[in-house]
Write a protein that binds this ligand. Structure first.
Ligand code: GLP
Length: 241
């Protein structure tokens, strides 16, 4: 595990964008595993800035997103499909047909999750997976549980996640109760993992996840067993290690 400490959010975003753009430059048709949440927004902004300066080209890049709320349509401004278009896809020269987000409107959860898992496989797997970190240690929407879920599956969101994500919705009642997410096994199959985390509010979970025991109660702790993980964190997020 490599840990980069940055002075603030901006430097974290720049460093993460550097790692992602290096991947794109080395392998123009790479598969980027992408994440949502507030943490990676600065990373996407930095990539867009470099794209506008002609430093990075997304014309052959392929992407797969970690997760999507179940039941939200693509045009719902809280869907992760909408988020990705707003923060990245509509701002760079990526081809729409090369981007993939689980389809939250598919009612048949088993079918949609199997389709998504097979799709990732057919793309040759993920070259680098970007991750944020939930306050309870979740990655994607893999919530604390008795076991590590292996493949893409449908999850019931925990109260703490609904609480944390309600700031984006009109009220907690509007937060979907379920999501489709890559499994821990899907994430662990990525060739490289890049996790971004910032702020004092995440300091406790950073210490637990990366310096505590590996347990499904803290899903991100499994990353300690991956052979190529880079964590880019600001000083505040690393203040309890
Ligand atoms: C959501 C996403 C995760 C993300 C997490 C943390 O629940 N499914 O992928 O890492 O939130 O979000 P934030 O970066 O806003 O703290």
């Amino acid at each position: 595990m490599k840990i980069y400490e940055t002075k603030d959010y901006q430097e974290m975003s720049r460093q993460a964008a550097n790692i992602l753009s290096a991947q794109v430059i080395l392998k123009p048709d790479c598969v980027l595993g992408l994440a949502t949440g507030s943490t990676p927004i600065g990373t996407y902004d930095q990539l867009v800035d470099w794209y506008n300066k002609g430093d990075v080209d997304f014309s052959q890049v392929r992407t797969v997103n970690l997760d999507e709320y179940r039941g939200l349509t693509r045009d719902n401004d809280q869907s992760y499909y909408y988020f990705m278009h707003k923060h990245l896809f509509d701002r760079v020269n990526i081809k729409l047909e090369n981007t993939n987000v689980p389809d939250g409107t598919q009612e048949d959860a088993e079918k949609e999750c199997a389709r998504y898992e097979a799709l990732i496989e057919s793309m040759g797997g993920v070259d680098i997976q970007l991750l944020g970190l939930g306050h309870n240690g979740h990655i994607g929407f893999n919530e604390p549980a008795a076991d590590f879920a292996v493949t893409t599956h449908c999850v019931d969101l925990t109260e703490s996640t609904i609480e944390a994500n309600k700031r984006f919705f009109e009220s907690a009642d509007d937060v979907p109760r379920q999501a489709y997410t890559m499994g821990i096994g899907t994430i662990m199959k990525a060739k490289k993992i890049l996790l971004v985390v910032n702020g004092e509010g995440k300091a406790d979970i950073v210490a637990k996840a990366f310096f505590g025991p590996v347990t499904p109660e803290v899903p991100a702790s499994i990353l300690q067993l991956h052979r190529d993980v880079t964590i880019v964190a600001d000083k505040a997020a690393l203040s309890k290690i």
